[in-house]
Design a protein around this ligand. Structure first.
Ligand code: ZN
Ligand code: ZN
Length: 319
């Protein structure tokens, strides 16, 4: 099978079709997405080696659960040991022994086939197209904020970063009715949210104001975003860190202590609610697709996803 492999450099390779372990299914990948985490991995994040990619929709080809065969699915990316206290309380994404699809100890989704535990797979409703279904994982990650932080309709919310994550987070959090502002450096990217009647501002425009917010969500993934976020939270407010950083942040903790700021780290979320949001058209990620490439051009797709005007790049792997 064709697969996009990172082993210090990215290359499209021919690999054997993976053999599912006990309790795992073999999934034929239909469409996959490229995420910022993949770009970070290609720069050394997590020291990952193997097939890259974790956003996908596929068709179950083999499974210990016969009812699952032939089902169109998306997959939770964290696979726990199933036995530790975290796994037993349903938090396999915090299992210390976990593998993570295309990120930690497990081959990923930019390939013709992948394997995942049967319990990780979630059926995709018919009304959600392959292209939309690829957004399930990042949309679930955006929804995770609402599992962790109470956002009231009267709250002022600032989302920092106009990349794919910041746009998706804005599309989800606006459903709370809160007074939400998306800030970023690129007017054309901000316009994706402005076209949905979302409130947007360029960084320079925000700089001209002293506005503070009840909740600030950092989605830019760069140290400047952290600095801006920390300076814009009201006393007793909440600062949500949504990006993974490759490298260290310089933090002055004093203002966080004095203003009694709650800092919340936020990672993966649950898939079923994300699929419901798309099935009911409450969130439509389709305008965020910048390009679709065949798997034979996976390296070009990766390059395209790093261009400044690019939001989400998809790979059509099979049909
Ligand atoms: Zn991702
Ligand atoms: Zn475990």
């Amino acid at each position: 099978m064709k697969a996009l492999v990172f082993d210090g450099a990215l290359a499209l390779k021919n690999l054997p079709i993976p053999e599912p372990r006990d309790g795992e299914a073999l999934v034929k990948v239909l469409t996959a997405g490229i995420c910022n985490t993949d770009l970070e991995i290609s720069r050394g994040y997590m020291q990952f080696r193997g097939v890259i990619g974790h956003e996908f929709v596929g068709m179950v080809e083999r499974s210990p659960d016969p009812n699952q065969v032939g089902t169109r699915v998306v997959g939770e990316i964290n696979a726990g040991c199933g036995e530790c206290p975290a796994c037993r309380s349903g938090l396999q994404r915090h299992c210390p022994e976990r593998t993570v699809l295309g990120i930690l100890g497990r081959d990923g989704a930019i390939a013709e086939y992948l394997t995942l535990p049967v319990s990780n797979l979630v059926a995709v409703p018919q009304g959600v197209s392959d292209e939309k279904a690829v957004f399930t994982e990042p949309l679930a990650a955006a929804l995770e904020i609402l599992e962790q932080v109470r956002i009231r309709p009267a709250d002022k919310v600032l989302v920092i970063g106009d990349g794919k994550l910041g746009l998706l987070v804005s599309m989800v959090l606006r459903l709370t009715g809160s007074d939400l502002l998306l800030v970023g450096k690129h007017r054309p990217k901000l316009d994706f949210f402005a076209r949905l009647n979302g409130r947007t501002a360029l960084l320079s425009e925000l700089d001209a104001t002293g506005d503070k917010f009840d909740i600030v969500v950092e989605c830019s993934g760069n140290p400047g975003g952290w600095k801006l976020a920390a300076g814009r939270v009201k006393p007793r407010g909440v600062l949500v860190l949504k990006s993974t950083y490759h490298g260290n942040l310089e933090i002055n903790p004093a203002p966080l202590v004095v203003d009694e700021i709650t800092v919340v780290g936020s990672r993966c979320g649950q898939f079923a609610p994300a699929l419901r949001l798309m099935d009911s058209c409450l969130v439509d990620p389709m305008p965020l697709i910048s390009a679709v490439f065949p798997i034979s051009q996976a390296e070009d797709a990766f390059r395209r996803s790093q261009e400044s005007d690019s939001i989400k790049v998809l790979l059509k792997i099979s049909s």
